[in-house]
Structure formats: structure tokens, C-alpha cells
Write a protein that binds this ligand. Sequence first.
Ligand code: MN
Length: 249
Amino acid sequence: MTTSPGTATNLITELVIANRILAREDVVDAYGHVSVRNPEAPERFFLAHSKSPALIEAADIVEHTLDGQALKKEARPLYLERFIHAAIYEARPDVIAVVHAHAEDVLPFTITKAALKPVIHSGAFIGAEVPVWDIAERFGDRTNLLVTNMDQGRDLAKTLGDRNVALMRGHGFAAAARSLIDVVRMSVYLPRNARVQQKAMQLGELKPLSRGEIDARAAGPGYKPHSPETQRAWQYWAGRAGCGELLKD
Ligand code: MN
């Protein structure tokens, strides 16, 4: 009944569940994607071919290399923005899972000077600083805003640095974490945190979490992938996403 995100045997199933959860929680829609590094070959990662996350099954998962190409000959089209994942894995050996999404609630923070901050306890994961990457700074004002090659992916990864989340101007966000469940949880709470922050800013001065509070949340036992608290959330979200039966695999 319990799952072990990150183990090789059920990793593809976990990735399918992650896709369904992100779709059900409105983090992704027709667009957006989630990937996980191959624990047995860290220079490769698993990501679906170009298909909406709500519809993804195990057979849709394609192994990619760190240059953003399919490991084996692949007839199905790949995601245009797979380079986001490739470049973050390349730059960050500590990162095991990546999400890219366009969740609407974060977008105001990508096009104004208002900095997104962790303001609720469940938003602590995003870290004290959330940088905004502007594709135009390096690639000019004639791009379509999408990350469609390694140069652009690497530039985004550079802005991300050693942080957990980077916003992308007029586009969305990229989130990186040390496990699949961590990146899903962060991606679920990121738009909620943004929504609360935006409402709070209409009421008055903001009081974000302190660095000490952020660190204390991250160090807490409830944040470990195998903790009862984490498994509780994974089971709840999987059930809501209609794929609770996959937890038994
Ligand atoms: Mn995108």
C-alpha cells in the first residue's frame, strides 16, 4: 500500500502518478511536465513523450539523455521544452526530479517587481529566494518564450543556481528537488503560496517565513520522502487523481 518514491523498481509508476497528481491539482494542464533522474544511470532521466500529463501511462515514458535527446530511437514527438529538465540535471547532480509548469497563480510574480516569497508553512520548500529568469536578457526579444534548446536550458539552470525554484517571465516556473514526491509537493504548494501572498499583499505589509523557519521546515521529519506525513499526502493526491490503484504496483 505504501509507496517508495525514488526506488528503481517502481520509478516509472511513480512518475505516472506524479503526472496525474500535477494534472489533478491544476499545476499542469495540457502543457507542463515532470521528470525523474534514472537512479541507475544518473546521466539519464525519464520524461514522457509529448502528451498531456493527465493522460500519461507507463508506456509513454521515454528515457532522455542530458543533452535533451531520447536515449533510443523514438518515433513519438518529444516535449519541446525537455531541455529545461536536461540542463537542470546537467548543472545539478543533487537534483533527482524536475517539474516545469505554467500555473497561473505564479505568473504575476514573473512580470512584476513583486518577489515571490515563502509565506505559508507548506510553501517553505520553495526556499527563501525565488529568482525570475527572463529569456530576453540573453536571447533577445524575438524568442517564443519557450526553452527549446540546451543553450536556453543552461541559461535557465544558471539563474536557478542552487535554489529549488526559478520563475520564468510571462511563462511559468521550473522546480527541482531531491525526490519525485518532493518536487510534486513543492509544485502543488507553489501556486497556493503565490495565491496567498497575492491576497495578503492587498491587505497590507507581508510577513514571509524567516530563514530559520524555512530551514526548520526543511529539516523536519515530516518532510522526508518515506515519512508517514509524506506518504499520507502522496496517497491522498493519488486517490484524488484517480490513480490510487497504481500505489499497489
Ligand atoms: Mn513551458
